[in-house]
Design a binder for this molecule. Structure first.
Ligand code: F6P
Length: 526
């Protein structure tokens, strides 16, 4: 039986009727220790979920539903290496990439190769075709082969290694790669072509452009071996591209693209922050894995995040979830989460191939604080949409300067409080505001949020954070009874783009296409 047809789900639906009319003001008023009752501490992290529209009963019912959906059983199946990605016949083993001494031999061997490569670039043993040191590394990849290392390199930029700059190219739009190439020297540039499948149009187009650019200076194909490495599961295609097997860092089909930062896909990140820091990232994720596996439901951070998301989405009716990091260094974290959450759980077909008929992944979006406050928070406060949010803040600034961090933190706390409690007409009136303006100054509040406090933004903590959200996504997939590890929904657009490219470049029969596509192609051709 689909768990959403279970009594546990129906009990939640009935309970939601009782909770929905309650305001967060009421929930705080009736429990002076609400913060203590609805917050979790673990290994330096603090999750305050007291500003969620939940009671102790809500949490108990949610945890009962997690048992019905068998989160623990699916976690065990994942850990046992069963093919839980059933539509692709694959296991889901990204946790073994960061298992340290417990990692499989093939993983430890791959990590040792990556470390040696990384160090050879940093200490100048690896040289370009003309004998010069590598000063610039360009990661060419997209989606999971780009977003993780790109986001993490920015998040950890306080640890940027000297004498090397790491760049990221993803878009097939030449406006991405052209300005970068114009600023680089081919003699001192190394390209990492990162593609699990090595069939991705954007990545291969950019990689060919980069190869032509290199060869225009080097003049000989033998230069490719000093300036191109690949990260892929497809050795056949990397060879066809001209990259020698010795320059390919392999990974495995049991690593999903959006879960691949821990694999060789993290090489660009390791080059940016140094191998020791990369190992710390793995250590942080490993610690979160242990927490996720060993900790009972009522203290389990990833499961709690997942249950709150389920509650907001399916029982309170939210269709979006905002990620609001009060950290400029986490500026790309919302973009990274968009792929992690939406490509995993944005689905309507259950594990048995049947329609789900319930909302699944909310639309994930966000912006770093305080910038978002000066753009979209107006709607957040008074736009009438229910928008659950995750605030993320750092106890210690990663780039400390006098006068900044307290202000940043104050804004974070102020916003979550204003969103939760709002401002009533009586309060506005008591402040002496003229009667005609009072309706404009009322804030309804009751916007639910989590606040996640991190001690600092070091590699270990970032590893914890990323693994926390990976496991949240896993739990949600189970709670919605879907396969979080395939992504068939990206295929149709790719196929159509493949058919349309030659038609835009040349002439061909457009009659199979709709009138809008035909009209747009005609307009493009002038
Ligand atoms: O189109 C979606 C996707 O398949 C993602 O899942 C993946 O991370 C991305 O494309 C890139 O794929 P690849 O690493 O094979 O180039």
């Amino acid at each position: 039986m689909n768990p959403i047809d279970s009594p546990a789900w129906r009990a939640l639906a009935a309970h939601a009727e009782a909770i929905r009319p309650l305001h967060l003001r009421d929930l705080f008023a009736t429990d002076p220790q609400r913060f203590e009752h609805f917050s979790l501490h673990h290994d330096g992290l603090l999750l305050d979920y007291s500003k969620q529209r939940v009671s102790a009963e809500t949490m108990a019912l949610l945890r009962a539903y997690a048992e019905t959906a068998d989160v623990a059983g699916w976690r065990r199946r994942m850990l046992n290496g069963e093919s839980i990605n059933h539509t692709e016949g694959r296991a889901v083993r990204h946790m073994s990439l960061r298992a340290g001494d417990q990692a499989p031999a093939e993983v430890r061997a791959a990590l040792a190769r990556q470390q040696a490569f990384c160090e050879s670039i940093h200490n100048g043993v690896w040289r370009g075709f003309f004998g010069e040191r590598i000063t610039d590394v360009v990661n060419i990849g997209i989606g999971g082969s780009d977003l993780g290392p790109r986001m993490a390199a920015l998040a950890l930029s306080a640890r940027q290694q000297p004498d090397i700059a790491v760049h990221f190219i993803a878009n097939v739009d030449s406006a991405d790669i052209a300005p970068l190439l114009a600023s680089l020297n081919p003699r001192t540039t190394l390209f990492i072509v990162a593609s699990k499948t090595f069939t991705t149009l954007e990545t291969l187009t950019n990689a060919r452009t980069a190869r032509d650019w290199l060869l225009a200076t080097a003049g000989q194909n033998s230069a490719i071996a000093r300036h191109f490495v690949a990260i892929s599961t497809n050795l056949e295609l990397t060879k066809q591209f001209g990259i020698a097997d010795d320059n390919v860092f392999e990974f495995w089909d049991w690593v999903g693209g959006r879960f691949s930062i821990w694999s060789a896909i993290g090489l660009s990140l390791a080059l940016a922050i140094g191998w020791k820091n990369f190992e710390q990232l793995l250590a942080g994720a490993r610690a979160m894995d242990r927490h996720f596996i060993d900790t009972p439901a009522d203290e389990n951070l990833p499961l709690t995040l997942a249950l709150l998301s389920l509650w907001n989405t399916n029982f309170l009716g939210a269709s979006t979830e905002a990620m609001l990091p009060y950290s400029q260094s986490l500026h790309l974290f919302p973009a990274y989460l968009q792929q992690l959450e939406m490509e995993s759980n944005g689905k309507q077909i259950d594990r048995d191939g049947k329609p789900l008929n319930i909302a699944t992944s909310p639309v994930i979006w966000g912006e770093s604080g305080t910038n978002g406050q000066h753009s979209f928070y107006q709607l957040f406060h008074q736009g009438g949409h229910l928008i659950p949010a995750d605030f993320v803040a750092l106890r210690e600034a990663d780039f400390p300067l006098p006068g900044h961090h307290a202000s940043l933190l104050a804004n974070c706390l102020a916003q979550s409080a204003a969103l939760a409690f709002g401002q009533t007409a009586e309060e506005v009136r008591a402040a002496g505001i003229p009667e005609a303006l009072i309706p404009y100054k009322v804030f309804p509040g009751n916007q639910p949020s989590n606040t996640l406090l991190l001690p600092s933004l070091d590699p270990y903590t970032l590893g914890q954070l990323l693994a926390l959200f990976e496991h949240k996504v896993f739990c949600l997939g189970v709670l919605w009874n879907l396969n979080a590890f395939d992504q068939w929904g990206v295929e149709l657009g790719k196929q159509l783009a493949g058919q349309l490219t030659p038609l835009i470049e040349g002439n061909g029969d457009l009659s199979a296409f709709d009138s809008s596509t035909r009209g747009l192609i005609a307009a493009l051709k002038g």
